[in-house]
Design a protein around this ligand. Structure first.
Ligand code: HEM
Ligand code: HEM
Length: 132
């Protein structure tokens, strides 16, 4: 059995789990005012590496399809469209994260984050449909 085509689904799946974890740190900070500062510090520290993991997952998925999955047409799946939308939502989170001192931007940031988490859930669903 060829194992290489499973590398992307497993690695990207783990990255998605980490994304849910760092998103939950941000959301928990809203409900747990006592620990908010600590949770936000952890959230701010971990989100940038996780964003990179998702960028690497996107590139890795494309390479894996191109090099290892001759049975699939490259860049024709719902999985690539949702993956690209996920990256856009995360970039919007990252851009707004740089202006958190402005109240309006601070209130918009979590909505980009929630959009990213919903897209990530859909990404798992559509990824499993093309898993060998
Ligand atoms: C549990 C989560 C995921 C699963 C099960 C999954 C599964 C897959 C599978 C089976 C493929 C075909 C290549 C191969 O067999 O290795 C693929 C391609 C791809 N994946 Fe994922 N993936 C997941 C998460 C992600 C994430 C988080 C991203 C990044 C946003 C991503 C981006 C891509 C891209 C861009 C392709 C190329 C699709 C195409 O050319 O149509 N995937 N994925
Ligand atoms: C690239 C992605 C992201 C980056 C770089 C990022 C960064 C940040 C930063 C720097 C803060 C402010 C921390 C502080 O005040 O000390 C913050 C707050 C927050 N983030 Fe994110 N974040 C990202 C993604 C997400 C995601 C996926 C969610 C999930 C919903 C999310 C939800 C929140 C929430 C709820 C807050 C608190 C807002 C408030 O205090 O009212 N973020 N984030």
């Amino acid at each position: 059995m060829k194992l290489l085509p499973y590398v992307h689904p497993i690695a990207a799946g783990l990255s998605t789990l980490l994304l849910f974890y760092v998103g939950s740190l941000g959301l928990r900070a809203r409900n747990d005012r006592r620990r908010a500062a600590q949770l936000l510090r952890q959230h701010a520290r971990l989100t940038t590496p996780v964003l990179w993991l998702i960028v690497i997952s996107w590139v890795g998925g494309l390479l894996s399809t191109w090099l290892l999955r001759r049975d699939l047409e490259l860049a024709a799946s719902a999985h690539i469209r949702i993956g690209s939308a996920l990256l856009l939502a995360l970039f919007a989170s990252a851009v707004t994260a740089r202006r958190m001192s402005q109240a309006q931007i601070r209130s918009i940031h979590p909505w980009f984050g929630i959009a990213a988490l919903l897209l990530a859930a859909a990404q798992v669903f559509f990824g499993l449909q093309i898993t060998p």
